[in-house]
Write a protein that binds this ligand. Sequence first.
Ligand code: GLN
Length: 248
Amino acid sequence: MQRSRNATPSLVPAVPAFAGCADGTGIVFAAIINIGMMPTSTANAAHSGAGKYACITIGVLALQGDYEAHARAFTSAGAHTVLVRKPEQLTGLDGLAMPGGESTTMLKFLETHGFFAALQNFVAATPTFATCAGCILAAREVLRPPQRSLGVLDATVERNAYGRQIDSTILTLPTELPGGPLEMVFIRAPRITRVGPDVEVLAYRDSFPTLVRQRDLLAATFHPEMTSDTRVQKLFLDMVLARKLRRA
Ligand code: GLN
């Protein structure tokens, strides 16, 4: 892996302990759980402190790929989620998830109705979580073969770098996240082969980054939405919350 300059990995952005919804929606969320109106998985997520995310709206880019799994994961972590299929649906979101899937297909959809430029502007200005195909879309440079991308993540990404669908795998690897190693689902995964100086690496597979953060942009080459471990979603929601608090 090439690196332009050493960046020290660090932990999640510090979100003040009091962080939560200033408008009291967290309290309403907690009340709903108490009267038993919520599925157990959601309630468990909420009991683990998820009520603080109830004021957050995450858009999930829903052109192609496993956007529904992302929406479920963010909903069970306690955030409000919206599927985004048109550029105008980006308005008012606190953050966006760009899912895994097939980046070439997503690009085809994005290249109509001015969506590409709208998304590029949005991602440059708003917290975004990019997984797998989403990470390919976000990268500054895409190889194997080269393709157009939003260019917001200062990284070089090689598509399908671990082989074909049959070479997909699940590995439990160390990360910088609190709570120890993380199960990572790799599906025709890309490989990050270069990161710029502003990119922190939070996890590696061999010596290649699998989870990276560049300010308000979080990107993974694996699929956190496919496991029951919500630490990556919560890291992103904490980034979104920190951003909201900076603006308040
Ligand atoms: N191989 C896909 C691509 O090039 C990405 C695979 C995935 O998102 N799991 O877009």
